[in-house]
Design a protein around this ligand. Structure first.
Ligand code: GLN
Length: 538
């Protein structure tokens, strides 16, 4: 690989166990470097064979994060955007499936004519090309590359080999390896244990990679002696063993890294000269998170509540909105099927706001409709997102518009009132992957609505991920019955947002506002929903 730009590379790997927070670590490093005035981006390499996570259940893989350009990506890209506030694109997440797809289509085209196509060099070269492409395209100072999975997994081997070669090609001052490990506390022995870390570094060494920095995830403080032991046995400088204790909020992580001088060490090792990180604004919002003035409880009524990662961006948007409103938002997770069994009143009477999030399939729908009805009638602030907005329209059609059994054609065939339906161009689509209405679309907002109050402008752009839409055939009837069409995509003639009259705050949006909320730039709808919930509580 020929190095074309002056981009420096930071490779982030993980060992011992999964779920150590590599994404947060990569995003935190990104924030610290960006706040030093550097041009930074982050790439996630996922070793699984799906072309993207769009076809996986959220219970398997967590939320599918959608970028402006309509890529369905790993949820870590959400962390990257929330921390470094740079829009990711479809290039920022590559899976083994995509890499193999490219290599195999090259082979069919005859690019390797006469040769045997192999993992090394063909697959590894494709991985290197993708990394270099992002560095060049963005003219980046630093590209952080996070390798999904855990070192030692069979499927991550080509990725590890590719990043080994990059440092070899680029030179030692141009690439850096950061390895996250787990340092457990064994209660019975009353001791911190370093052995798993030693083993996972040995694993990396066998693959030709000497980590420069170790981020030691731990629940207990790591004593100096244990840090020294890790440093000695892993061949890493003592100051480069960074303790990363669990924090009450993920937004504290970059502040901790900064306290350990992680960004200073990185800059020194990569020969980067840059001013100190400016974290003033960030710290202010983190302080609000840690010292809330109110407490407010909001219910999330969905069907993937068993795995909170399914709603990652919504959870984070509430953290941002809480911080902005100086409130701690307590989320009450409600399985909509429970509402079907016991009715909404028992379950929802203690909350000050109800959110019905996105989702697919008919399981639990009737419970969501009961939650919507409860919010509408009891005047509890309500926020419907994507499927949640579709539920609000169905509920209104049935119970206010008198359209008996109105529904979405996603859930029932042969409907008399298909108030939610596929658009004509979606009806022709047979394949599932990457074929929904995806990415950023514009929306025109009606003045005098909660939507306008929130955004304070009439044209906005938000990200989508759905196939079904409000059926235009029923719009006039619904409006005549009082439904407020607060937002429309004029070009495609589609409903983007609805509101309820005579209600303190009832907003449904066809798009996913949670994807664009940032700690220092709370999404206006989440901000106003939380504000409405605080007022309701009063
Ligand atoms: N299942 C619905 C659709 O495809 C809603 C999707 C969503 O909530 N993201 O339109």
């Amino acid at each position: 690989m020929q190095k074309k730009t002056g981009t420096k590379f930071i490779f982030v790997t993980g060992g011992v166990v999964s779920a150590l927070g590599k994404g947060i670590a990569a995003a935190s490093i990104g924030l610290l470097l960006k706040q030093r005035g550097l041009k930074v981006s982050i790439l996630k390499l996922d070793p699984y064979l799906n072309l993207d996570p769009g076809t996986m259940s959220p219970m398997q893989h967590g939320e599918v994060y959608v970028t402006e350009d309509g890529a369905e990506t790993d949820l870590d890209l959400g962390h990257y955007e929330r921390f470094i506030d740079v829009n990711m694109t479809k290039q920022n997440n590559a899976t083994a499936g995509q890499i193999y797809e490219t290599v195999l289509s090259n082979e069919r085209r005859g690019d390797y004519l006469g040769g045997t196509v192999q993992v090394i060099p063909h697959v590894t070269n494709e991985i290197k090309n993708r990394i270099q492409f992002i560095a060049d395209e963005g003219k980046l100072d630093v590209l952080i590359v996070e390798i999904g999975g855990t070192v030692g997994d069979i499927e991550s081997l080509p990725f590890i080999e590719a990043i080994r070669q990059i440092k070899y090609d680029a030179g030692s001052q141009n690439a850096l390896y950061v390895h996250l490990t787990y340092v457990p506390y064994i209660a019975a022995a009353g001791e911190i244990k370093t052995k798993p870390t030693q083993h996972s570094v040995k694993n990396l060494l066998e693959l030709g990679i000497q980590p420069d920095i170790l981020i030691a995830r731990t629940e207990q403080p790591i004593p100096k002696s244990a840090k020294e032991k890790i440093a000695l046995f892993c061949n890493v400088e003592k100051r480069c063993v960074i303790e990363a204790k669990d924090q009450s909020t993920i937004y504290q992580v970059p502040i901790e890294f900064n306290n350990y001088k992680l960004d200073e060490i990185i800059c020194e090792k990569l020969g980067i000269e840059a001013p100190e990180s400016d974290l003033e604004d960030w710290k202010k919002f983190v302080k609000y998170i840690k010292t809330p003035a109110h407490n407010v409880k909001i219910a999330i009524v969905g069907k993937y509540v068993g795995l909170k990662d399914s709603y990652k961006s919504i959870i984070e948007a509430f953290v941002h909105a809480g911080s902005e409103n100086k409130a701690k938002v307590e989320l009450k997770w409600v399985n909509s099927e429970d509402i079907e069994h016991s009715g909404p009143a028992d379950i929802l009477s203690d909350v000050s706001g109800i959110l019905v999030p996105g989702g697919f399939g008919d399981r639990g729908i009737e419970g969501k409709l009961l939650a919507v009805k409860y919010a509408r009638e009891k005047k509890v602030p309500f926020f419907g997102i994507c499927l949640g907005m579709q539920c609000a329209v169905i509920e209104f059609a049935r119970n206010v518009g008198g359209m008996k059994n109105a529904n979405s054609t996603e859930f029932a065939r042969k409907l008399k009132f298909p108030v939610i339906d596929l658009m004509a161009d979606q009806k022709k689509i047979k394949i599932k992957g990457g074929t929904m209405r995806l990415g950023a679309f514009e929306c025109e907002i009606e003045k005098g609505t909660n939507m306008f109050n929130a955004y304070q402008k009439t044209t906005i752009s938000e990200r989508h991920r759905h196939r079904f839409e409000v059926n235009n055939e029923y719009i006039n009837t619904l409006e005549d019955c009082g439904l407020v069409l607060a937002g429309k995509n004029k070009m495609l003639n589609l409903v983007e947002a609805i509101e309820m009259p005579d209600h303190p705050w009832f907003v449904g949006v066809q798009y996913h506002p949670e994807l664009k909320s940032r700690l220092t730039k709370t999404h206006p709808l989440f901000r106003d929903f939380v504000k409405a919930a605080i007022n309701f509580q009063k």
